[in-house]
Ligand binder design. Structure first.
Ligand code: NAD
Ligand code: ZN
Ligand code: ZN
Length: 336
């Protein structure tokens, strides 16, 4: 089969023929219908997040079960599925509560194990596929990360948001397009921030109450004006020094900052402890299997807009370049 394999930051991504995986006992084989191109792949390709190579990239996968290994009866071949990518050991404390993405074996799909930029994907356990009948694979693939991760961020923020509060979403790309929608579902005021007017127009369509163009002016005061004061919650889908600084500067006392973007791989959040009291900062990592069920339920009910463009093997390198330059609207999704 054809697969897009990462051979290290020097050689980059190579589309090549590799053997089609053979599912072992307890495993399954999924024919890839679609796989989202995540900004995290850029952090892998640059070497910022070191991974064992060679490895087939791609951690946002939808497709069809085509073979099952010994002992797997369910789901049966022919079942359309999405793949939960946070593969773990299956029995540590994190995995036992369904938060396999927090397991420290680091065998995540397309990161520590071969992923979905290929014709077929080996999935190590049936718990990592969820039936997705009736969903178009191109729209379904981004649900497994681009939607799941913001869903987790908003899920954690929900208790801190009422109708009189503001949630600030910074970065309206692949993840942020869903972040704005989930934030709007809480009933709080949503302020979306990006450097690209087209992304801000999308945020407006997706339910943002106000938008801030971060390419000009003093961003924190523009956010405060748009919010009508300080914000209860900020979710940073960029995570670089500037955006973290803006978020730290606009939060109210007791505010919560959820950092999703990976920035340059480390976080420094500066705020004045004498001004913003008891601000809590946490990163957010991917999502749980049950949170993916929630996201699928929202998609099934037609409550999520998914903005995508479709690309093939030949377009991968150019599309990653465009993603790096901020030139993708919503999610670019690969189909084999
Ligand atoms: P993306 O490239 O699709 O979107 C990034 C968006 O941020 C774009 O709209 C861009 O215009 C905007 N942006 C860039 N710089 C900005 C700035 N200074 N101010 C405001 N907006 C700015 O990326 P994505 O796939 O949505 O991923 C976003 C980040 O989240 C990446 O760092 C990615 O690695 C990370 N990520 C983290 C997790 C997790 O589990 N924590 C999961 C997936 C992705
Ligand atoms: Zn990702
Ligand atoms: Zn585990």
């Amino acid at each position: 089969m054809q697969a897009a394999r990462f051979h290290g930051p020097e050689e980059g991504l190579v589309v090549e023929s590799v053997p089609r995986p053979d599912p072992g006992p307890g495993e399954l084989l999924v024919e890839v219908g679609a796989c989202g191109l995540c900004h995290s792949d850029l952090h892998l390709l640059s070497g910022e997040l070191p991974v064992p190579t060679p490895v087939t990239l791609g951690h946002e996968v939808a497709g069809t079960v085509v073979e099952t290994g010994a002992g797997v009866d369910d789901p049966a071949p022919g079942t359309p599925v999405v793949v939960y990518g946070g593969w773990g050991c299956g029995d540590c404390r994190a995995c036992t509560r369904g938060e396999d993405q927090l397991c420290n074996v680091l065998e995540w799909c397309g990161i520590g194990a071969d992923g979905g930029l290929a014709e077929y994907l080996r999935v190590p356990d049936p718990r990592y596929v969820l039936p997705a009948p009736g969903l178009d694979p191109v729209a379904a693939a981004p649900l497994t990360d681009a939607a799941l991760t913001p869903y987790r961020a908003v899920d954690r923020a929900r208790d801190h948001l009422g109708p009189a509060d503001t949630v600030v979403c910074v970065g309206v790309g692949g993840l942020g397009q869903f972040g704005v929608q989930f934030a709007a579902m809480t009933g709080a005021r949503v302020v979306a921030v990006d450097v690209d007017p087209d992304k801000l127009a999308l945020a407006d369509d997706l339910g943002a109450d106000a938008t801030v163009d971060a390419s000009t002016g003093t961003v924190p005061s523009a956010i405060r004006d748009a919010a009508g004061g300080e914000a209860a919650v900020a979710i940073d889908f960029v995570g670089d020094d500037d955006t973290l600084q803006w978020c730290g500067n606009v939060l109210d006392t007791g505010g919560r900052l959820y950092v999703v973007g990976i920035g340059d791989g480390s976080y420094e959040v500066a705020f004045n402890p004498l001004v913003g009291a008891e601000i809590a900062v946490t990163n957010v990592f991917w999502g749980s299997i049950n949170q993916l069920r929630d996201v699928l339920a929202l998609a099934d009910a037609g409550r999520l807009e998914v903005t995508t463009e479709t690309v093939g093997f030949d377009d991968l390198a150019a599309t990653y370049d465009r993603l790096e330059a901020g030139g993708v609207a919503g999610r670019a999704v690969f189909t084999p």
